[in-house]
Write a new protein. Structure first.
Length: 106
């Protein structure tokens, strides 16, 4: 991103902001980069009209749109994971080396 990119304010629920912050940290990127990556991925997958919306679903009492959104995201992650496995892509955890005792104080 550059200083020439568009800047605008965005209102989002606090819990969503926290989820973005956690995901950004886990992915080693800024919250802005996390949001952009997720938006780009959603458009790349064509998720513009088939995403569940409250008006399309009869929601049981106590189930929120946020619950549906989390379920949709989990199902999407699972589907992507299965597709990658079929291609032979293997997910490996990133191992971060511990700091040496000399570096621990810095």
């Amino acid at each position: 991103m550059s200083r020439e990119d568009l800047h605008f304010r965005l209102r989002i629920p606090e819990d969503l902001k926290q989820r973005i912050a956690v995901a950004a940290s886990e992915n080693h990127r800024s919250m802005t980069a996390e949001i952009i990556a997720r938006l780009e991925a959603s458009f790349a997958m064509g998720a513009t009209s088939d995403r569940p919306r409250a008006s399309h679903w009869e929601m049981p009492e106590g189930v929120t749109l946020d619950d549906v959104s989390r379920a949709y995201e989990e199902a999407t992650r699972q589907a992507i994971s299965m597709a990658l496995k079929r291609l032979g892509v293997v997910e490996r955890p990133i191992v971060v080396a511990d700091k040496s005792p000399d570096e621990a104080d810095t």
